[in-house]
Ligand binder design. Structure first.
Ligand code: ATP
Ligand code: MG
Length: 588
């Protein structure tokens, strides 16, 4: 490809709306152009990268025995009603009507369609196990599309679905996928950590996310907090929405401070710090209450006050699909008390305003709250708290782990301290079980001629997100440093001065030789200053640059490796040989 013909427009500056480096660089280096919020054009360079990621994914999926198919992007409402997700998926599901007023949606994921396919096509255990996958654009009307390709509304995903006769089979299929995922991300030049995660709206029990770990101070692209144990023989790692930890014992009985249940004045103590200071007690004998609105129902969450709630855990504990914390005005309206003074006493008597669903307030208490005795709670009256409270004074809550783990707490598996870092989720694997097959009555005949629902797994990889994550991991202040395996082109051949006959001739010879050897190569034939060409080469991120300049008079060219910045001088033939040998080792 000649640079003069390559469809790429690099920009002098970063786009003003970009926050993270992959978004900045992909726009500035001419890979993507925004069409609408969270919707991007993949320009020729980007498309080459995406096809390479796709091909790696395809090769590894095929090698693992999975079969590729392609399902429709537009799906009928009925299937989603069958699975029960039409009502619970929320606004991320882009719904539309066809000319006959039939409900449709743009596929955010394809469990319903694949279950339909299995229901129609798989009748006997003899046809199992099977794993079907596709690579396709997905649409999710994300609340906050951001970070360029990392969180788009339209994005490319590989989604695979396995069908097995029993749990044992599922576990095997799951392991095969886990191994394929490790190879896929390795080949894309991305180190990933498989972390335990929450299974969210998709449901199911066991799931792992593949996280590209991002240094906290580097940028803010990692949207997930990942807790992990550095103990090599342990290797525990979990997303914050799933992580657990062991706590040091602390004082949780307030009998030293309070000997009876009592309402006390606690003026203006709206925070836990203020309340603990005012009562002169440790935070560990205060029970913190927080009001959430989950699927439009009022929920009270309780936790020992020195700890913090993890919202996804709260949402799962009350089996909701959507959650937000209540606004101060809502607290006033429901409890007649301001923020900081709400509590669980006589909660069953609180009348729920009409705009919410549900008859009573659900209470969920963290496991840290269980041991507490003679503690302090809000009195549902501004500037008042109850002290000396025991669980026997309250309506029995549901106890569940709803606590956010903190750095330094002990690993649940080996007791060593836990560390935290940011991560980008590039892939996700789930053991779904029978969630969809039962709901949609997708069954097969087992060995004994009995009908059984399929035991399913599902496995996603964000193709476009993986490419962007590679930029997050591989760049410097001059631009992108693509891993060779997913670079749009491998080599940029740069004649320093195209007016110079010898330089131009040698550069073209190198270019032709590389082309003959099937190397993906660009020649920068533009009549531009060398500085401009070098800048673009670094920005676009070609792994190798061969520069033909003045030293060609002595028969030498420069060979630059983008990753390390190393520059060596070689003869033109040696430079070609070097590229070929590197690629032979890299692309294998
Ligand atoms: P997230 O938690 O980041 O919203 P998710 O868990 O909802 O993602 P999955 O349903 O697990 O996403 O989808 C499989 C993969 O698709 C993810 O691991 C991720 O790599 C990719 N993906 C999901 N949402 C987006 C998005 N909005 N933009 C780009 N890639 C995405
Ligand atoms: Mg996920």
């Amino acid at each position: 490809m000649k640079m003069s013909k390559l469809f790429v427009q690099t920009l002098r500056d970063y786009p003003s709306d970009a926050e993270v480096i992959s978004h900045k660089l992909l726009v500035r280096a001419g890979y993507i152009r925004k069409l609408s919020n969270g919707i991007y054009n993949y320009l020729p360079l980007m498309w080459r990268v995406l096809k390479k990621v796709e091909n790696i994914v395809r090769e590894e999926m095929d090698a693992s025995g999975a079969q590729e198919l392609l399902m429709p992007f537009v799906q009928p409402e009925e299937l989603w009603k069958e699975s029960g997700r039409w009502d619970v998926y929320g606004k991320e599901l882009m719904r539309l009507k066809d000319r006959h007023d039939r409900g449709m949606c743009l596929g955010p994921t394809h469990e319903e369609v694949i279950t339909f396919i299995a229901r129609e096509g798989i009748k006997s255990y003899k046809q199992l196990p099977v794993n079907l996958y596709q690579i396709q654009s997905k649409f999710r009307d994300e609340v906050r599309p951001r970070y360029g390709l990392l969180r788009g509304r339209e994005f490319i995903m590989k989604d695979a679905y396995s069908f097995d006769v029993n749990q044992e089979g599922l576990e095997k299929s799951y392991k095969i996928m886990a191994d394929a995922y490790t190879r896929i991300f390795d080949r894309c030049g991305l180190e990933t950590k498989a972390v335990q995660s929450d299974s969210g709206a998709i449901g199911g029990a066991v799931s792992h996310e593949y996280m590209v770990l991002i240094d906290d101070n580097e940028n803010n692209a990692g949207e997930n907090d990942v807790f992990f144990c550095k103990n090599k023989s342990c290797g525990y790692a979990a997303n914050a929405n799933h992580a657990i930890s062991v706590l040091e014992p602390v004082e949780t009985d307030g009998s030293k401070y309070f000997n009876e249940f009592q309402k006390v004045d606690t003026p203006s103590t709206t925070t836990i710090d203020e309340l603990a200071a005012f009562l002169n007690i440790p935070q560990t004998i205060i029970l913190k209450s927080m009001i959430y609105i989950a699927d439009n129902k009022v929920v009270m969450a309780l936790i020992r006050a020195d700890k913090t709630f993890e919202e996804t855990k709260v949402m799962n504990a009350v089996k909701a699909h959507d959650i937000r914390s209540a606004a101060p005005a809502e607290l006033e309206a429901i409890f007649g008390a301001s923020k900081g003074f709400v509590g669980p006493k006589d909660i069953e008597k609180v009348k729920i305003p009409e705009e919410y669903d549900g008859e009573t307030i659900q209470i969920v208490a963290d496991l840290t709250a269980k041991e507490m005795k003679n503690f302090v709670i809000g009195a549902n009256e501004t500037d008042k708290h109850f002290t000396g409270v025991n669980w026997s004074d309250l309506k029995e809550p549901v106890f569940a782990d709803i606590r956010l783990v903190e750095k330094g707490e002990k690993c649940p598996e080996c007791g060593e301290p836990l560390y935290v870092t940011k991560g980008i989720e590039v892939g996700n694997i789930f053991q779904l079980g029978t969630k969809y097959s039962k709901a949609m009555n997708a069954v097969f005949l087992d060995e004994n001629g009995k009908t059984q629902p399929f035991i399913m797994g599902c496995y996603g990889i964000g193709i476009s997100r993986t490419a962007a994550a590679a930029v997050e991991r591989h760049h410097d202040e001059h631009g992108i440093k693509w891993p060779v395996s997913i670079a749009p082109y491998h080599v940029d051949v740069v004649p320093v001065n195209v007016q110079n006959e010898l330089q131009s001739k040698v550069a073209n010879e190198i270019y032709e030789k590389l082309l003959q050897n099937k190397v993906e190569v660009v020649i920068d034939d533009r009549d531009e200053r060398a500085g401009v060409k070098f800048k673009d080469a670094d920005l676009i991120g070609f792994p190798f640059r061969i520069t033909v300049g003045k030293t060609i008079d002595e028969g030498l060219v420069e060979f630059k490796t983008r990753e390390t910045g190393e520059v060596i001088t070689l003869s033109p033939d040696e430079a070609v040989e070097k590229v070929l040998s590197i690629l032979a080792n890299n692309i294998a």
